[in-house]
Design a binder for this molecule. Structure first.
Ligand code: PHE
Length: 347
């Protein structure tokens, strides 16, 4: 038989052990473990309750009351600790997630269009306003389209005007100009009238320099119909030049030669740098060449499927790179394809 004194001491002991352990609990997980150990079904307090039967009858109420007090004390301590720990946890999560709304934002950098694309779009817009359509044509061409159908049969010396990249496949090359597209659009449209531009990349086997690249962009212009005249060509190209370079841009048409046009000419605009006085950029002439043009050669019309006794047409080919250099006074054509952001950011 146990004495009342010993039983009460045991309860006090249970309480102090549990509270001791509670003071070492630092987070909510450990608190739950503490609850299971000290208040759970197999805890020491609970064992006191289940052993009540073996206690002296007179002692039972006293012991029951004492055990209840211990359990309530532990539960109260548990609750208090839970509140403290929850407050700490909340504070920590606020620390971690805190947002400094006074920090300046990260700059969002925007991309921009390449200067060549910008000028190409302006050119397309101008011709679009004049009623021209855009007609796509391939960058890899056959010898026939690039030369033969443009009145340069095999072994014709005029082919030397274009330094050509040939492929390993016989008769296949990288187009040296957009003119082969003339034949393609004519064959697709004959005998309907045509008013198109053909923009795109062209390739030449050139020595790289400030003025020449192996890849550049051209825009071909083609008009075919009944009674299309040289005067219409001049009017169209003059108008175009003024829309692209400004109302007071001066132009001149200079006789030239291309195998696929007859007669042929080149269009110059007054030099922007020296205003026609003469400077290194225009090689002291006061003029800058922007395109080649002429009346479509009868043989070329025929290759395209048009009867040259009924139809006539004019064509022009301009270098977009050259025009862009002039518009923005860029000193070296190689900047365009270097992908140097310091250059590209300026446009
Ligand atoms: N294809 C010629 C060139 O690349 C330009 C041109 C086009 C000339 C159309 C006349 C007519 O140089």
């Amino acid at each position: 038989m146990t004495s009342k004194q010993t039983e009460l001491e045991k309860l006090a002991q249970i309480q102090s052990v549990a509270l001791d352990a509670l003071s070492g609990v630092v987070d909510l997980d450990a608190l739950e473990a503490w609850r299971v150990t000290h208040l759970g079904r197999s805890s020491a307090v609970m064992a006191v309750f289940s052993s009540m039967g073996s206690i002296d009858k007179e002692l039972r109420p006293l012991m029951g009351k004492a055990a209840n007090e211990v359990r309530q004390a532990l539960e109260a301590a548990l609750e208090e600790k839970r509140q403290t720990l929850e407050a700490v946890a909340l504070k920590q999560s606020l620390e971690v997630e805190k947002l400094d709304i006074t920090l300046p934002g990260r700059p969002v950098t925007r991309g921009r269009l390449h200067p060549l694309t910008q000028v190409l779009r302006q050119i397309t817009q101008i011709f679009g306003d004049m009623g021209f359509q855009v007609y796509p044509s391939p960058e890899v061409e056959t010898d026939d389209f690039n030369f033969t159908y443009l009145n340069m049969p095999p072994y014709h010396p005029a082919r030397d005007m274009w330094d050509t990249f040939y492929t390993t496949k016989d008769g296949v090359l990288l187009r040296t100009h957009t003119s082969p597209g003339q034949i393609r659009v004519m064959r697709a449209r004959a005998p309907e009238p045509i008013r198109v531009i053909l923009p795109g990349a062209t390739m030449r086997y050139e020595q790289l320099s400030a003025r020449s690249e192996i890849e550049f962009v051209q825009v071909e212009v083609l008009v075919v119909g009944k009674q299309v005249s040289f005067a219409e060509m001049k009017g169209t190209l003059d108008d175009f030049a003024r829309r692209l370079f400004g109302e007071d841009a001066r132009t001149r048409l200079r006789p030239s030669h291309f195998p696929f046009t007859e007669p042929s000419a080149e269009l110059d605009v007054g030099c922007f740098v020296c205003n026609g006085e003469g400077c290194p950029v225009c090689k002291e002439t006061g003029w800058l060449e922007i395109l080649g043009c002429g009346m479509v050669h009868p043989l070329v019309l025929e290759y395209g499927g048009y009867d040259p006794t009924i139809y006539s047409g004019f064509a022009a080919g301009m270098g977009v790179d050259r025009s862009t250099l002039m518009r923005y006074r860029i000193d070296d054509i190689r900047h365009f394809r270097n992908n140097d952001v310091r250059f590209l950011k300026q446009f």
